[in-house]
Design a protein around this ligand. Structure first.
Ligand code: FMN
Length: 360
Protein backbone atom coordinates (compact mmCIF):
# COMPACT_ATOMS: atom_id res chain seq x y z
CA UNK A 1 0.00 0.00 0.00
CA UNK A 2 1.56 3.26 -1.06
CA UNK A 3 0.42 6.81 -1.80
CA UNK A 4 -1.11 7.31 -5.24
CA UNK A 5 -2.12 10.21 -7.40
CA UNK A 6 -5.40 11.13 -9.05
CA UNK A 7 -3.77 13.24 -11.78
CA UNK A 8 -1.80 15.69 -9.59
CA UNK A 9 -3.79 15.14 -6.38
CA UNK A 10 -1.74 13.05 -3.97
CA UNK A 11 -3.66 10.57 -1.82
CA UNK A 12 -1.29 9.88 1.04
CA UNK A 13 -1.78 7.58 2.83
CA UNK A 14 -3.97 5.77 0.29
CA UNK A 15 -6.93 5.68 2.67
CA UNK A 16 -10.29 7.32 2.07
CA UNK A 17 -13.02 8.17 4.54
CA UNK A 18 -15.92 6.69 2.60
CA UNK A 19 -18.86 9.05 2.00
CA UNK A 20 -21.86 8.36 4.22
CA UNK A 21 -25.03 10.42 3.94
CA UNK A 22 -26.13 11.70 7.33
CA UNK A 23 -22.70 10.94 8.81
CA UNK A 24 -19.71 12.38 6.93
CA UNK A 25 -20.65 16.01 7.22
CA UNK A 26 -18.01 18.66 7.78
CA UNK A 27 -17.92 18.07 11.57
CA UNK A 28 -17.44 14.31 11.32
CA UNK A 29 -14.82 14.62 8.59
CA UNK A 30 -12.92 17.24 10.58
CA UNK A 31 -13.05 15.06 13.67
CA UNK A 32 -11.62 12.07 11.84
CA UNK A 33 -9.09 14.00 9.78
CA UNK A 34 -7.63 15.31 13.05
CA UNK A 35 -7.06 11.72 14.20
CA UNK A 36 -4.70 11.17 11.25
CA UNK A 37 -4.23 8.58 8.55
CA UNK A 38 -6.82 9.87 6.08
CA UNK A 39 -5.57 10.65 2.56
CA UNK A 40 -8.90 11.81 1.12
CA UNK A 41 -12.23 12.92 2.50
CA UNK A 42 -15.47 13.01 0.52
CA UNK A 43 -18.65 14.98 1.16
CA UNK A 44 -21.96 13.26 1.76
CA UNK A 45 -23.72 12.74 -1.56
CA UNK A 46 -25.26 16.05 -2.58
CA UNK A 47 -28.38 16.41 -4.70
CA UNK A 48 -27.76 18.26 -7.96
CA UNK A 49 -31.42 19.21 -7.99
CA UNK A 50 -30.93 20.91 -4.63
CA UNK A 51 -27.61 22.50 -5.53
CA UNK A 52 -28.72 23.95 -8.81
CA UNK A 53 -31.89 25.35 -7.24
CA UNK A 54 -29.89 27.04 -4.50
CA UNK A 55 -31.22 24.80 -1.74
CA UNK A 56 -29.34 26.02 1.37
CA UNK A 57 -28.94 22.48 2.77
CA UNK A 58 -27.27 21.26 -0.41
CA UNK A 59 -24.95 24.25 -0.48
CA UNK A 60 -24.00 23.74 3.15
CA UNK A 61 -23.05 20.15 2.31
CA UNK A 62 -20.23 21.43 0.09
CA UNK A 63 -18.40 23.14 2.96
CA UNK A 64 -15.08 21.70 4.09
CA UNK A 65 -12.16 22.57 6.35
CA UNK A 66 -9.02 23.60 4.53
CA UNK A 67 -7.05 21.03 6.55
CA UNK A 68 -9.16 18.27 5.02
CA UNK A 69 -7.52 18.69 1.63
CA UNK A 70 -7.57 16.83 -0.62
CA UNK A 71 -11.33 16.91 -0.52
CA UNK A 72 -13.88 15.55 -3.00
CA UNK A 73 -17.44 16.76 -3.47
CA UNK A 74 -19.75 13.90 -4.38
CA UNK A 75 -22.91 14.71 -6.34
CA UNK A 76 -25.87 12.59 -7.39
CA UNK A 77 -28.56 13.00 -9.99
CA UNK A 78 -29.69 11.69 -13.31
CA UNK A 79 -30.15 14.81 -15.41
CA UNK A 80 -27.01 15.63 -17.44
CA UNK A 81 -27.49 19.40 -17.52
CA UNK A 82 -28.05 19.64 -13.75
CA UNK A 83 -25.11 17.33 -13.14
CA UNK A 84 -22.87 19.58 -15.21
CA UNK A 85 -24.04 22.73 -13.41
CA UNK A 86 -23.51 21.13 -10.00
CA UNK A 87 -20.05 19.93 -11.01
CA UNK A 88 -19.11 23.49 -11.92
CA UNK A 89 -20.36 24.68 -8.55
CA UNK A 90 -18.18 22.12 -6.78
CA UNK A 91 -15.16 23.30 -8.71
CA UNK A 92 -15.98 26.90 -7.82
CA UNK A 93 -16.06 26.18 -4.08
CA UNK A 94 -12.54 24.76 -4.38
CA UNK A 95 -13.04 21.00 -4.22
CA UNK A 96 -9.95 19.07 -5.31
CA UNK A 97 -11.98 16.32 -6.98
CA UNK A 98 -15.51 15.87 -8.27
CA UNK A 99 -17.04 12.47 -7.58
CA UNK A 100 -20.18 11.02 -9.16
CA UNK A 101 -22.36 8.78 -7.03
CA UNK A 102 -23.31 5.68 -9.01
CA UNK A 103 -24.19 3.56 -6.01
CA UNK A 104 -27.05 5.00 -4.01
CA UNK A 105 -29.90 2.44 -4.00
CA UNK A 106 -32.58 4.73 -2.46
CA UNK A 107 -35.77 4.54 -4.57
CA UNK A 108 -36.24 8.30 -4.73
CA UNK A 109 -32.73 8.68 -6.18
CA UNK A 110 -32.88 5.72 -8.56
CA UNK A 111 -36.33 6.75 -9.81
CA UNK A 112 -34.81 9.87 -11.37
CA UNK A 113 -32.01 7.89 -12.97
CA UNK A 114 -29.36 8.84 -10.41
CA UNK A 115 -27.19 6.86 -7.99
CA UNK A 116 -27.12 3.16 -8.81
CA UNK A 117 -29.77 3.89 -11.48
CA UNK A 118 -26.84 4.96 -13.69
CA UNK A 119 -25.52 1.39 -13.60
CA UNK A 120 -28.46 0.19 -15.70
CA UNK A 121 -28.39 3.09 -18.12
CA UNK A 122 -24.95 3.25 -19.72
CA UNK A 123 -25.90 5.82 -22.40
CA UNK A 124 -27.10 8.20 -19.69
CA UNK A 125 -23.94 7.62 -17.64
CA UNK A 126 -21.81 8.27 -20.71
CA UNK A 127 -23.62 11.53 -21.47
CA UNK A 128 -23.27 12.74 -17.89
CA UNK A 129 -19.57 11.93 -17.67
CA UNK A 130 -18.82 13.47 -21.06
CA UNK A 131 -20.73 16.67 -20.25
CA UNK A 132 -19.09 17.08 -16.87
CA UNK A 133 -15.66 16.34 -18.24
CA UNK A 134 -16.02 19.19 -20.72
CA UNK A 135 -17.12 21.60 -18.00
CA UNK A 136 -14.58 21.17 -15.19
CA UNK A 137 -10.81 21.17 -14.89
CA UNK A 138 -10.45 19.28 -11.58
CA UNK A 139 -10.23 15.48 -11.87
CA UNK A 140 -13.50 13.60 -12.25
CA UNK A 141 -13.96 10.38 -10.24
CA UNK A 142 -16.79 7.90 -9.74
CA UNK A 143 -17.97 5.55 -7.02
CA UNK A 144 -19.91 2.56 -8.31
CA UNK A 145 -21.47 -0.65 -7.08
CA UNK A 146 -20.99 -4.16 -8.50
CA UNK A 147 -24.05 -3.61 -10.68
CA UNK A 148 -27.73 -2.84 -10.42
CA UNK A 149 -29.18 -6.36 -10.62
CA UNK A 150 -27.74 -9.41 -8.91
CA UNK A 151 -27.85 -11.25 -12.22
CA UNK A 152 -26.06 -8.51 -14.16
CA UNK A 153 -22.73 -7.66 -12.55
CA UNK A 154 -21.34 -4.94 -14.79
CA UNK A 155 -18.75 -3.12 -12.67
CA UNK A 156 -15.87 -3.89 -15.05
CA UNK A 157 -17.86 -2.69 -18.05
CA UNK A 158 -18.87 0.47 -16.15
CA UNK A 159 -15.26 1.11 -15.16
CA UNK A 160 -14.11 0.77 -18.79
CA UNK A 161 -16.78 3.20 -19.96
CA UNK A 162 -15.86 5.65 -17.21
CA UNK A 163 -12.18 5.53 -18.10
CA UNK A 164 -12.98 6.09 -21.77
CA UNK A 165 -14.98 9.21 -20.74
CA UNK A 166 -11.98 10.63 -18.89
CA UNK A 167 -12.74 9.53 -15.32
CA UNK A 168 -9.50 9.50 -13.32
CA UNK A 169 -10.30 7.32 -10.31
CA UNK A 170 -12.78 4.51 -9.79
CA UNK A 171 -13.99 3.35 -6.39
CA UNK A 172 -16.01 0.16 -6.16
CA UNK A 173 -18.34 -0.97 -3.39
CA UNK A 174 -18.67 -4.62 -4.34
CA UNK A 175 -22.37 -5.11 -3.68
CA UNK A 176 -25.21 -4.72 -6.16
CA UNK A 177 -28.06 -2.24 -5.80
CA UNK A 178 -30.39 -5.21 -5.29
CA UNK A 179 -28.17 -6.54 -2.55
CA UNK A 180 -28.26 -3.30 -0.57
CA UNK A 181 -26.07 -4.05 2.45
CA UNK A 182 -26.70 -7.77 2.64
CA UNK A 183 -23.98 -10.38 2.25
CA UNK A 184 -20.33 -9.43 1.83
CA UNK A 185 -18.75 -6.99 -0.60
CA UNK A 186 -17.15 -8.70 -3.60
CA UNK A 187 -13.53 -7.54 -3.61
CA UNK A 188 -12.60 -9.79 -6.49
CA UNK A 189 -14.34 -7.24 -8.71
CA UNK A 190 -11.92 -4.62 -7.39
CA UNK A 191 -9.08 -6.86 -8.55
CA UNK A 192 -10.72 -7.32 -11.95
CA UNK A 193 -11.21 -3.58 -12.45
CA UNK A 194 -7.64 -2.89 -11.35
CA UNK A 195 -6.43 -5.36 -13.98
CA UNK A 196 -8.60 -3.77 -16.66
CA UNK A 197 -8.15 0.00 -16.38
CA UNK A 198 -5.09 2.23 -16.14
CA UNK A 199 -6.52 4.85 -13.77
CA UNK A 200 -6.21 4.25 -10.02
CA UNK A 201 -8.80 1.97 -8.44
CA UNK A 202 -9.97 1.79 -4.84
CA UNK A 203 -12.14 -0.73 -3.02
CA UNK A 204 -14.92 -0.29 -0.47
CA UNK A 205 -16.84 -2.63 1.75
CA UNK A 206 -16.62 -4.30 5.14
CA UNK A 207 -13.13 -3.17 6.17
CA UNK A 208 -13.28 -2.83 9.95
CA UNK A 209 -9.76 -3.79 11.06
CA UNK A 210 -6.16 -3.04 10.12
CA UNK A 211 -5.64 -6.66 9.07
CA UNK A 212 -8.66 -6.61 6.77
CA UNK A 213 -7.37 -3.48 5.05
CA UNK A 214 -4.03 -5.14 4.30
CA UNK A 215 -5.69 -8.41 3.25
CA UNK A 216 -8.00 -6.64 0.76
CA UNK A 217 -5.10 -4.67 -0.62
CA UNK A 218 -2.93 -7.78 -1.09
CA UNK A 219 -5.77 -9.72 -2.72
CA UNK A 220 -6.66 -6.99 -5.22
CA UNK A 221 -3.56 -4.83 -5.69
CA UNK A 222 -5.91 -1.84 -5.44
CA UNK A 223 -4.54 1.68 -5.04
CA UNK A 224 -6.76 2.87 -2.22
CA UNK A 225 -9.04 1.54 0.48
CA UNK A 226 -12.27 3.23 1.55
CA UNK A 227 -13.57 2.78 5.07
CA UNK A 228 -17.05 3.89 6.10
CA UNK A 229 -18.91 2.11 8.90
CA UNK A 230 -15.67 0.79 10.33
CA UNK A 231 -14.56 4.37 10.96
CA UNK A 232 -17.66 5.11 13.03
CA UNK A 233 -16.82 2.20 15.30
CA UNK A 234 -13.10 3.01 15.33
CA UNK A 235 -12.22 6.57 14.29
CA UNK A 236 -8.51 5.75 14.70
CA UNK A 237 -8.54 2.95 12.13
CA UNK A 238 -6.86 5.11 9.45
CA UNK A 239 -4.12 6.17 11.84
CA UNK A 240 -3.61 2.55 12.89
CA UNK A 241 -3.21 1.44 9.27
CA UNK A 242 -0.81 4.32 8.65
CA UNK A 243 1.23 3.35 11.73
CA UNK A 244 1.42 -0.22 10.47
CA UNK A 245 2.51 0.98 7.04
CA UNK A 246 5.26 3.09 8.58
CA UNK A 247 6.40 0.26 10.83
CA UNK A 248 5.58 2.33 13.92
CA UNK A 249 3.96 1.15 17.09
CA UNK A 250 0.22 1.11 16.41
CA UNK A 251 -1.71 3.81 18.23
CA UNK A 252 -4.17 2.46 20.77
CA UNK A 253 -6.64 5.03 22.07
CA UNK A 254 -6.98 5.35 25.83
CA UNK A 255 -10.25 5.91 27.62
CA UNK A 256 -9.31 9.60 27.82
CA UNK A 257 -8.86 9.69 24.02
CA UNK A 258 -12.30 8.15 23.59
CA UNK A 259 -13.91 10.58 25.99
CA UNK A 260 -12.20 13.53 24.30
CA UNK A 261 -13.29 12.32 20.89
CA UNK A 262 -16.95 12.42 21.88
CA UNK A 263 -16.59 15.84 23.49
CA UNK A 264 -14.69 17.22 20.51
CA UNK A 265 -17.32 15.88 18.12
CA UNK A 266 -20.10 17.49 20.11
CA UNK A 267 -18.23 20.79 20.04
CA UNK A 268 -17.73 20.62 16.28
CA UNK A 269 -21.38 19.75 15.76
CA UNK A 270 -22.64 22.53 17.96
CA UNK A 271 -20.44 25.04 16.16
CA UNK A 272 -21.96 23.90 12.90
CA UNK A 273 -25.68 23.29 13.46
CA UNK A 274 -28.58 23.94 15.83
CA UNK A 275 -28.66 21.99 19.10
CA UNK A 276 -31.33 19.47 18.21
CA UNK A 277 -29.67 17.97 15.13
CA UNK A 278 -26.30 18.22 16.88
CA UNK A 279 -27.65 16.08 19.72
CA UNK A 280 -29.08 13.61 17.19
CA UNK A 281 -25.78 13.19 15.36
CA UNK A 282 -23.91 12.94 18.63
CA UNK A 283 -26.13 10.07 19.72
CA UNK A 284 -25.61 8.38 16.37
CA UNK A 285 -21.83 8.37 16.65
CA UNK A 286 -21.89 7.49 20.33
CA UNK A 287 -24.13 4.55 19.44
CA UNK A 288 -21.61 3.10 17.01
CA UNK A 289 -18.53 4.10 18.86
CA UNK A 290 -19.35 2.70 22.28
CA UNK A 291 -20.00 -0.80 21.01
CA UNK A 292 -17.64 -3.08 22.80
CA UNK A 293 -16.87 -0.62 25.60
CA UNK A 294 -17.67 -1.86 29.09
CA UNK A 295 -21.14 -0.61 30.04
CA UNK A 296 -21.49 0.84 26.53
CA UNK A 297 -24.97 -0.49 26.05
CA UNK A 298 -26.23 1.16 29.24
CA UNK A 299 -24.41 4.36 28.30
CA UNK A 300 -26.20 4.36 24.95
CA UNK A 301 -29.57 3.93 26.67
CA UNK A 302 -28.85 6.78 29.06
CA UNK A 303 -27.60 9.02 26.27
CA UNK A 304 -30.64 8.18 24.20
CA UNK A 305 -32.87 9.56 26.94
CA UNK A 306 -30.84 12.77 27.35
CA UNK A 307 -32.24 15.72 25.48
CA UNK A 308 -30.21 18.71 26.64
CA UNK A 309 -26.63 19.67 25.88
CA UNK A 310 -25.65 19.84 29.55
CA UNK A 311 -27.17 16.41 30.21
CA UNK A 312 -25.22 14.85 27.36
CA UNK A 313 -21.98 16.41 28.58
CA UNK A 314 -22.62 15.23 32.15
CA UNK A 315 -23.46 11.69 31.02
CA UNK A 316 -20.26 11.48 28.99
CA UNK A 317 -18.15 12.62 31.95
CA UNK A 318 -20.00 10.32 34.30
CA UNK A 319 -19.64 7.30 32.04
CA UNK A 320 -15.93 7.67 31.44
CA UNK A 321 -15.19 8.45 35.09
CA UNK A 322 -17.02 5.29 36.13
CA UNK A 323 -15.24 3.09 33.64
CA UNK A 324 -11.87 4.66 34.46
CA UNK A 325 -12.47 3.87 38.13
CA UNK A 326 -13.21 0.25 37.19
CA UNK A 327 -16.82 0.43 38.37
CA UNK A 328 -19.89 -0.88 36.55
CA UNK A 329 -21.75 1.91 34.81
CA UNK A 330 -25.41 2.13 35.74
CA UNK A 331 -26.10 5.67 34.67
CA UNK A 332 -28.83 7.56 36.48
CA UNK A 333 -29.34 4.36 38.45
CA UNK A 334 -32.54 2.50 38.01
CA UNK A 335 -32.60 -1.17 38.90
CA UNK A 336 -33.29 -2.30 35.33
CA UNK A 337 -30.28 -0.34 34.17
CA UNK A 338 -28.14 -1.92 36.81
CA UNK A 339 -29.14 -5.37 35.63
CA UNK A 340 -28.44 -4.50 32.02
CA UNK A 341 -25.06 -3.05 32.88
CA UNK A 342 -24.05 -5.98 35.01
CA UNK A 343 -25.05 -8.33 32.24
CA UNK A 344 -23.00 -6.48 29.67
CA UNK A 345 -19.96 -6.27 31.91
CA UNK A 346 -19.79 -10.02 31.64
CA UNK A 347 -20.37 -10.32 27.92
CA UNK A 348 -17.46 -10.38 25.48
CA UNK A 349 -16.47 -7.19 23.68
CA UNK A 350 -18.14 -6.58 20.34
CA UNK A 351 -16.01 -5.28 17.55
CA UNK A 352 -18.57 -5.17 14.80
CA UNK A 353 -20.46 -2.13 13.67
CA UNK A 354 -24.13 -2.00 12.95
CA UNK A 355 -25.62 -2.00 9.50
CA UNK A 356 -26.54 1.22 7.80
CA UNK A 357 -29.08 3.48 9.36
CA UNK A 358 -29.49 5.35 6.09
CA UNK A 359 -30.11 3.35 2.95
CA UNK A 360 -27.45 4.53 0.51
C1 FMN B 1 -25.17 5.44 6.47
C2 FMN B 1 -24.49 5.29 5.13
C3 FMN B 1 -24.56 6.31 4.21
C4 FMN B 1 -23.90 6.19 2.98
N1 FMN B 1 -23.92 7.24 2.11
C5 FMN B 1 -23.17 7.19 0.96
C6 FMN B 1 -23.06 8.31 0.11
O1 FMN B 1 -23.60 9.39 0.36
N2 FMN B 1 -22.32 8.18 -1.02
C7 FMN B 1 -21.69 7.01 -1.35
O2 FMN B 1 -21.02 6.93 -2.39
N3 FMN B 1 -21.77 5.93 -0.55
C8 FMN B 1 -22.49 5.99 0.60
N4 FMN B 1 -22.52 4.92 1.45
C9 FMN B 1 -21.75 3.72 1.11
C10 FMN B 1 -20.37 3.76 1.78
O3 FMN B 1 -19.57 4.81 1.30
C11 FMN B 1 -19.61 2.45 1.57
O4 FMN B 1 -19.34 2.26 0.20
C12 FMN B 1 -20.37 1.23 2.11
O5 FMN B 1 -20.93 1.51 3.37
C13 FMN B 1 -19.46 0.02 2.25
O6 FMN B 1 -18.31 0.33 2.98
P1 FMN B 1 -18.16 0.10 4.59
O7 FMN B 1 -18.45 -1.34 4.85
O8 FMN B 1 -16.74 0.49 4.85
O9 FMN B 1 -19.15 0.97 5.28
C14 FMN B 1 -23.19 5.01 2.67
C15 FMN B 1 -23.15 3.98 3.60
C16 FMN B 1 -23.78 4.10 4.82
C17 FMN B 1 -23.66 3.00 5.81
Amino acid sequence: MKPFKIRDVLIAPPLVLSPMAGVTDVAFRGLLKRRGGIGLTVSEFISVEGLTRNNPKSKRQMRFYDYERPFAVQIFGGQPERMRMAAEMAEQVGADLLDINCGCPAPKVVKHGGGSGLLRDMPRLETILTEIKKAITIPLTIKIRAGYYDNNINAVETAKLAEACGVEHIALHGRTKEQGYKGRANWDLVRQIKETVKVPVSGSGDVTTVDEAFARWRETNCDGILIGRGAMANPWIFRQIEDTLAGREVFQPTLADKRNLLLEYFELLRADMPELPAIGRMKQLAGQFTRGLVGGSRFRQVLYHSHEVHEILERIEEYFETVEAGRVYIGEGDPAGEAAAAEEAESPALDSCEAATVEV
